[in-house]
Ligand binder design. Sequence first.
Ligand SMILES: Nc1ncnc2c1ncn2[C@@H]1O[C@H](COP(=O)(O)OP(=O)(O)OP(=O)(O)O)[C@@H](O)[C@H]1O
Length: 238
Amino acid sequence: MAEGIRIDNLVKTYGQGDTAVHALRGVNMSVAKGEVVGLIGPSGSGKSTLLKCLGAVIEPTSGRMTIGDRVIYDDGWKVGDLRALRRDLIGFIFQAPYLIPFLDVTDNVALLPMLAGKPNAVARKEARDLLEALDVAHRAAAMPSQLSGGEQQRVAIARALVNRPPVILADEPTAPLDGVRALAVVDMLNTMARQFDTAIIIVTHDEKIIPTFRRLYNIRDGVTIEELQLEASPARRT
Ligand SMILES: Nc1ncnc2c1ncn2[C@@H]1O[C@H](COP(=O)(O)OP(=O)(O)OP(=O)(O)O)[C@@H](O)[C@H]1O
């Protein structure tokens, strides 16, 4: 499978000298297009730091990151406009859906393509198509406060996908959901990954969903270890 995102020997050190914290000590990771992988590890192991580096929220100290064929970081950013990088190449899903309370469901999803310059009607059509794919189109005109937690998270997934980013970073996306809804969200992310050829990384502590990943990266003290789960839950097809 073609590579979606690749990380080579990524290092992140906070601070300097005696007080330096070596949060990432040479992380290697790759996720194919259409693949969903889990990223697990104990508290303080470097998961958030890795996600923030990947999402171009903080600058790594050294190493290399590639999205598709594009080198985005090689001992320094290789793209001039990090905001455009985040908007066009990376979708974010968080633990809480963070929907905009005064926009309806359609406009919550359509906002990003509108900001990227698409005509409103085109952006809304793209939003509605995705809401359809995520089985939440019947709530398209509702306000976020009128949705259940699972529905809000599906809208957040639609929003992350709407600009068709090659990479999606999901930080504890199932934490507030019960078992059935959590598995439904993972199932949906798998379907979307395949449908849109997206590489998805899910950071999680959620014991309910960990068995569904065929491939996991376990981060310990700033270094990742790849684990294969041959017995991954077949119903979820990860
Ligand atoms: N801004 C910062 N300045 C200094 N040290 C930091 C900073 N952010 C994180 N760290 C340190 O880097 C290490 C990795 O932290 P990180 O937040 O990436 O871990 P984590 O695996 O996401 O933890 P958790 O599961 O508790 O959120 C920790 O030792 C943490 O204290």
